[in-house]
Design a protein around this ligand. Structure first.
Ligand code: PGA
Length: 250
């Protein structure tokens, strides 16, 4: 039986004070919650603070991005071994904001995914289509080709220790959420696609939904057979909202 995972992506939000206070509140509001995996991904600069604030808790630390190389002349970048030193467990790779705003390609995302696994952290691979692609009826081709870029480089077996997040771009920060049925359809396709290569890896892989997950819609989304939790943006910035989403996943 797959456990559910709720991961909060804080994006470029927060301050020292916010990080300390919000993590303290999240800790106390999720106290005793051991039926669901939980993670918070703050900004890079807040990782040391967050590491201290989450120490000894059930909430894992995540990062929002990583460079594929171990070290080198890459101004402004951070490597997987560096993140690992701060107790980071999950690393988001290929978020649509990075694909769109920073021009990240499928190939770069696949390299980052491999770099995260190489130091035994867990990549959260984001895939998802734009509104235009959905309207053209090519959602599945888009999502599966993003997935194939990673499968071709890293193989199927590693998906037992990896997380996929299906995030339709048209539902991120827009106020529109995919219906549970729309999300399930894509999640089911992703799992079938993995299963064509390896049934066990497909069964073990946590596939999260992302795009306007909030306390009010989480239970319905998480009730779908192939939705194993959520990658939560805006709603994860409020401790009570995040805790109640975790509750819906338990
Ligand atoms: P949202 O963001 O929950 O604010 O829509 C989700 C994401 O981008 O991961």
């Amino acid at each position: 039986m797959r456990r559910k995972l709720v991961a909060g992506n804080w994006k470029m939000h927060g301050s020292r004070r916010f990080v300390e206070q919000t993590l303290q509140s999240i800790r106390s509001e999720t106290e005793g919650q051991d039926a669901v995996d939980m993670a918070i991904c703050p900004t890079l600069v807040h990782l040391p603070l967050a590491e201290a604030a989450l120490s000894g808790s059930q909430i894992a630390l995540g990062a929002q991005n990583v460079h594929a190389a171990t070290e080198g002349a890459f101004t402004g970048e951070v490597s997987a071994p560096m993140l690992k030193e701060f107790s980071v467990r999950y690393v988001i790779v290929g978020h649509s904001e990075r694909r769109q705003l920073n021009g990240e390609t499928d190939e770069q995302v696949a390299k980052k995914f491999a770099a995260v696994l190489a130091v035994k952290m867990i990549p959260i691979l984001c895939v998802g289509e734009s509104l235009q692609q959905r309207e053209q009826g090519i959602t599945h081709q888009v999502v599966l080709s993003q997935l194939d870029a990673v499968l071709d480089r890293s193989g199927i077996e590693v998906f037992s220790q990896a997380v996929i997040a299906y995030e339709p771009i048209w539902a991120i920060g827009t106020g529109i959420t995919a219906t549970p049925e729309q999300a399930q359809e894509v999640h089911g396709n992703i799992r079938r696609h993995l299963a064509e290569r390896d049934g066990a890896a497909a069964e073990n892989c946590q596939i999260l939904y992302g795009g306007r997950v909030k306390a009010a819609n989480a239970a319905e989304l998480f009730g779908q057979p192939d939705i194993d939790g959520g990658l939560v943006g805006g709603a994860s910035l409020k401790a009570d909202e995040f805790a109640s989403i975790c509750e819906s996943a338990s």
